[in-house]
Ligand binder design. Structure first.
Ligand SMILES: C[S@@+](CC[C@H](N)C(=O)[O-])C[C@H]1O[C@@H](n2cnc3c(N)ncnc32)[C@H](O)[C@@H]1O
Length: 287
């Protein structure tokens, strides 16, 4: 089945464009205004997210949580269902915790806990000034910033939001491993329906079309995610795009925003970064 815009001829896309270009499988969720919803804005996906990616499997959160508890004021960008900040409060964090996300379905889950500030919004258009000791982006949310303009606007906003001496901690997958070629295996997941139907919810995500060079550096990977579940008919299909930057490209974008790399790891166990490492885990500081 042909899908417009996702073939080799497709140029750089934003995630907004990726959704508008989506084709044909049916089951595409739309807002009241008739716009296609992103994967994360799909309330069905949001309801299943924590079951697909439970705390016990989140090695990244075990890396980030001690940093959150050590910081007075924390902004979690792309907080999703809020799992990390929920755990930070439960672990006794007494300072300011703010979760930012544009996806209402994910935020609705986050809001189950009311002792954290939840803000619906997009990092590219927020205006916090020197308020946070730590800004985070976890779950590879950083890779959803796909155009140079997205990256620059987002990193400017992070830099502005950081108090002097503050840190920005995030990870991006190492492009050298071409992990997207194994996404169909890595992200074929099935969990008992968290809404209690007794059935199974399945998700299958795979890269779609060839990875292409991104104009300002790095690689652009388009992906399709399909969801099936007992509570809805047919497939729910979402398209999205992810940018992969290597360590040098990343350093360049950070430097433009006045951020410099203070620590870098190849994985959440603190192992050194190199070409065979799965992640580029970065802690950057305002220069
Ligand atoms: C893979 S989820 C990660 C959620 C959570 N951080 C975690 O680790 O489980 C990515 C989240 O980033 C959010 N996101 C994507 N682009 C964003 C942007 N420009 N500003 C803020 N959040 C964004 C999405 O809505 C989504 O909830």
């Amino acid at each position: 089945m042909a899908r417009a815009g996702f073939g080799p001829q497709a140029g750089p896309v934003t995630n907004d464009q990726a959704r508008r270009r989506d084709g044909t499988d049916g089951g595409q969720e739309t807002s009241a205004a008739g716009e296609e919803l992103s994967l994360f804005a799909d309330p069905r996906y949001a309801a299943c997210y924590d079951a697909f990616f439970p705390w016990e499997d989140r090695e990244d959160f075990h890396f980030y949580l001690p940093r959150v508890t050590a910081a007075d004021a924390v902004l979690d960008v792309g907080c999703g269902t809020g799992m990390l900040l929920h755990h930070a409060r439960e672990a006794g964090h007494a300072g300011r915790l703010v979760g930012l996300d544009p996806a209402p379905g994910m935020l609705e889950r986050a809001r189950r806990r009311t002792d954290v500030e939840w803000v619906r919004g997009d990092l590219r258009s927020v205006a916090w000034r020197e308020e946070f000791d730590l800004v985070l982006m976890t779950g590879h949310a950083f890779q959803e910033l796909v155009t140079d303009a997205d990256l620059r606007a987002a990193l400017r906003a992070v830099s502005a939001a950081l108090a002097p001496g503050g840190s920005f901690a995030f990870e991006t997958r190492n492009p050298a491993l071409r992990g997207w070629e194994r996404w169909d295996f890595e992200y074929s997941l099935a969990v008992p329906d968290p809404e209690g139907s007794g059935g199974t919810v399945r998700m299958a995500m795979q890269a779609e079309g060839p990875a292409t060079p991104a104009p300002g550096g790095g690689t652009l990977v388009r992906a399709v995610t399909r969801l099936t579940g007992p509570a809805w008919p047919g497939l729910r299909t979402h398209r999205s795009a992810y940018r992969f930057l290597n360590a040098a490209e990343l350093r360049g974008f950070l430097a433009e925003a006045g951020l410099e790399v203070a620590e870098q790891y190849g994985d959440f166990d603190g192992s050194p970064p190199d070409d065979s490492a799965p992640e580029i885990v970065t802690v950057a500081r305002r220069a």
